[in-house]
Design a protein around this ligand. Structure first.
Ligand SMILES: CC(C)(COP(=O)(O)OP(=O)(O)OC[C@H]1O[C@@H](n2cnc3c(N)ncnc32)[C@H](O)[C@@H]1OP(=O)(O)O)[C@@H](O)C(=O)NCCC(=O)NCCS
Length: 188
């Protein structure tokens, strides 16, 4: 699976499955978004080779889907500008459900990279892993992400009030879900 996008900056982005040589680029992107301090309920950057590699080994062991956005005119690790992972849940009775996480680097937001990453990740997780349903969660003040998820057909299941506490402020968590059969019907 490979999709090529021409984005507003006139650069070319390739969307494809993750490979081992992407590990540093992926964690660089993650740590940069973490530093923004706004979107992720995590404080500690991922720096060690053990942490980075064990994340990748786990994806391969669990046969999880991780789609990356690679910009063709940058060299590793600066070439990875987005990633969308659909992880398995811990429950044996929920193997048909995947949990979605996504980040796109700040410079490349609002150009359709996120929508394309999610679209491919949903389709691939259905095709390769028999996922039927995707769940996710999001800070209630993350307006861009909520707009995108709702536009793609995710529905709000509920809100966990004051679920996160960061820099002396409480944040609500919005929980959403999407049924892939319905998504594919609406987006053939
Ligand atoms: C959320 C995120 C993954 C979306 O990726 P992206 O590449 O920017 O997404 P797209 O360009 O496909 O779509 C963004 C949409 O949000 C809209 N948008 C931008 N700012 C917005 C705002 N403040 N309020 C509402 N909508 C907004 C854009 O107009 C676009 O919608 P449109 O296609 O209807 O015009 C990305 O912005 C990101 O990584 N943000 C930081 C990390 C994060 O929030 N991750 C998700 C955690 S739950």
């Amino acid at each position: 699976m490979k999709k090529v996008l021409k984005i507003d900056t006139e650069e070319t982005v390739i969307l494809r499955h993750v490979k081992k040589s992407d590990i540093d680029g992926i964690w660089r992107n993650f740590n940069n978004v973490l530093e923004e301090g706004t979107y992720l309920p995590v404080f500690t950057p991922v720096k060690t080779e053990i942490e980075k590699n064990s994340w990748y080994d786990n994806i391969k062991r669990e046969h999880e889907v991780c789609i990356v956005a690679e910009i063709t005119n940058h060299k590793p690790p600066y070439d990875i500008i987005g990633q969308c992972e659909i992880s398995n849940l811990e429950w044996e009775a929920a193997t048909h459900v995947g949990s979605l996480g996504i980040i796109v680097s700040e410079k490349y937001r609002d150009m359709g990279v996120g929508r394309n990453l999610i679209d491919i990740a949903i389709r691939e997780s259905n095709k390769l892993n028999n996922k039927e349903k995707i769940i996710l969660s999001c800070f209630s003040n993350n307006e861009r992400a909520l707009h995108l998820y709702e536009k793609m057909g995710f529905r709000v299941v509920g809100v966990r009030k004051k679920q996160f506490y960061m820099d002396a402020v409480y944040y609500d968590e919005v929980v959403m879900e999407l049924f892939i059969e319905e998504y594919l019907r609406n987006n053939p």
